[in-house]
Design a protein around this ligand. Sequence first.
Ligand code: G3H
Length: 528
Amino acid sequence: MTFKNIPEAYKINTLVEQKTYLVNGEIKEWSGKMTEVYSTISSTENYQPTLLGSVPELTKTEALEALDAASNAYNNGQGEWPTMKVGDRIACMEKFAEQMKTKRATVVKYLMWEIGKNLADSQKEFDRTVDYIYDTIDDYKQLDRNSAKFQKHSGVYAHIRRGPIGVVLCLGPYNYPLNETFALLIPALIMGNTTVFKPAKLGVLLLSPLLEAFQNSFPKGVVNVLYGRGRVLATPIMETGKIDVLALIGHSSSANALQNSHPKANRLRSVLGLEAKNPGIVLPDANLDLAINECIAGTLSFNGQRCTALKILYVHESISEEFNRRFCEKVDALRFGNPWEESVQLTPLPEPNKPAYIQELIKDAQSKGANILNSKGGQLSENYSYPAVLYPVTKDMDVYKEEQFGPVIPIITFTDVQQVLDDMAESNYGQQVSVFGENADTLAPLFDVLVNLVCRVNLNSSCQRGPDVFPFTGRKDSAFSTLSVRDALRSFSIRTFVATKENEMNKTILKDLLESSKSNFISTEYLL
Ligand code: G3H
């Protein structure tokens, strides 16, 4: 790539030496080993990765210290946080959000450097996360209002609410290091759980400006932030059996290893967003302009590094020649550059080994009969492999089986859509699908089956998680539990209630409890 001058606002003039971590409400100094954080984006004409700073390489000792802090803060449901009034927990969350908003510029800058996300998408990730916090607060108020009542059935009064589960271990992915991590952390916290949270392998420094806000917004031990390797920190935490919820967005292999480290499987709840291989199905009657544009966005926004990305395209044989030609023209017209450059769609890959991995997928496919259809496909630079459109792809190729999570687009043709349904049924994944077509007679029976193979069928649109109020989940190896502003509150809580037989004595006690506002749980207060 050609090196361009970096705007002053985005230059790395000083390194972020993140020498602290947050445990038990204390921002602790770390004097042990540090890990340097590099960006694959070069700051010089002659390519070399840019050093951004360093983070602590914490050990099992600090991990267990953080776990103890979270366990003590929860204190078997007796802690200040899990027993706090809903309104007071919301006030803590609002305090955090207000401070977070002031850190936008820094977080956005580091999103660009650490994971190579373009400026517009980095801003969107930040803003979407702030919105998510406020939407969560609103939804929690609604949830609380809905349960601010007594029910009576068969002579029994019940006051039913949702309560916290316990201690949550939160692990987010590198492609949305802020948004997806917070989409776990925020609902977990607001429901009264306490947390240990470790940033993803990439996208770590961008959280540094928020450490203090975590410290001063929540009671001690409610949020604990660790830096280091997952295997060193998360495994010993799980082995103690003190984690009640594993909240992870990442790969099923990590999720399974962590679940298996927990000594009591029945005690562990899992909230998981895992891998996917969402197909795009282009039917013979599809509006090609629209289908091509959506397939470009679906396959290549953030270089295909989205769990919701379209990772395989099935194109009907009757239109495949035209689709392939026009699709390739559009792919080759996409602009590659540094994240802050105007209108760049393709940006450096943050994982240093990713370009080589993509090249291996290309070579494997070529050796089994696929061609690169676009002229720029596979062009290699130090931090990028230009998107390659591979065709015809067959089932024996690695790119068919693996979740590429990067810029390579396998295309398969079909004559009977049943062939696509069979492939989807056979697949390990079941998150979403995109269908491009216009004929209701063809679409109707297809939808009836697709909804049972995946959890979201997108008509003439690429796959996506948002809007965040919609349920985000998947079948098979793609997810466990449902996330959305509303569903996440349910995923991180359990229904719990106070019940009593109807008699004068109990009625008097309940009345007293309500009027005196002595209990934080038994309350019919209406939060506005
Ligand atoms: O990596 C998976 C994300 O949840 C995808 O979210 O569809 O908004 O990009 P998105």
